[in-house]
Design a protein around this ligand. Structure first.
Ligand code: IPE
Ligand code: IPE
Ligand code: MG
Length: 250
């Protein structure tokens, strides 16, 4: 048993996170919801550091969904300003640590200051490859698929059919392996239109911990849960064991 365990990789290569529960965290403390978002940025900073330390290569986080525009206008506006402020504040530190930052999602609705901050951060960190931090903002899994198909149609007029490879190579996460581990904090057990295509065989982990309380220890609990899983990808357990594969392998 111990021998088999030791063949398993210690950590997932790509972790995708829905950072949920900021509003409830604040309400529990009789604070405005936005105070939870501010603390959420701190939890994210700590989580990035913990992922890097553990040898995870890709962290993809859901910061703002295409449905979050439905929130009160003051909260939306606060989130956009917090995004700009945090990008400007953190980008140099990310760069010094060899982290490449990307933003996925529809930027057409963002104000120019945010579009510029994103472009600047992406350009500064474009040569880094130690760790990949991807922020999904005004992102929706359905938007991603439809946008990709439309771009393919524009590029290949008269295209009669597409296949999984073509689509996968064009989706906004085309540069990354599919997530191994998905974490959602805040107690809800749903995908909320996050990476629909890429999560097809991802191990799902849900925790009641509210995002501002998430830390390195909570990450380790999620990773431990991941390590207990047997990833079969349609095969039988016997086949997987005979191949001596750990949880990471397809
Ligand atoms: C997640 O926390 C952050 C965003 C969606 C921007 P919420 O703001 O959804 O917090 P709850 O779910 O209301 O507690
Ligand atoms: C999902 O959280 C989106 C982000 C964390 C950015 P929500 O709190 O918006 O999701 P629902 O509405 O509860 O599904
Ligand atoms: Mg929520």
């Amino acid at each position: 048993m111990a021998g088999k365990e030791s063949t398993k990789p210690l950590v997932p290569r790509h972790v995708a996170v829905i950072m949920d529960g900021n509003g409830r965290w604040a309400r529990k403390r009789f604070l405005p919801r936005v105070a939870g978002h501010v603390r959420g940025v701190e939890a994210l900073r700590a989580t990035v550091a913990a992922c890097v330390e553990r040898g995870i290569e890709y962290l993809t986080i859901f910061a703002f969904s295409s449905e979050n525009w439905r929130r009160p206008v003051d909260e939306v506006s606060f989130l956009m300003q917090l995004f700009i402020k945090s990008l400007k504040k953190e980008v140099n530190r990310l760069h010094q640590n060899g982290i490449r930052l990307r933003v996925i999602g529809d930027r057409s609705r963002f104000e120019p200051a945010l579009v510029d901050a994103i472009a600047g951060a992406e350009a500064l960190t474009a040569g880094n490859a130690r760790f990949h931090l991807t922020i999904a903002a005004n992102y929706g899994g359905r938007w991603d698929v439809v946008d990709t198909v439309n771009r393919l149609l524009a590029r290949h007029p008269g295209l009669a059919a597409i296949d999984e490879q073509m689509l996968g190579a064009e989706l906004s996460m085309h540069f990354a392996p599919e997530p191994d581990l998905f974490i959602r904090t805040g107690g809800e057990e749903r995908i909320s239109n996050f990476l629909l295509w890429q999560l097809a065989y991802t191990e799902l982990y849900f925790t009641d911990t509210l995002w501002p309380d998430f830390d390195a220890q909570a990450l380790d609990v999620a990773i431990e849960s991941y390590r207990q899983r047997e990833r079969r990808f349609g095969r039988t357990s016997e086949q997987v064991r005979a191949a001596g594969e750990g949880p990471r392998h397809a």
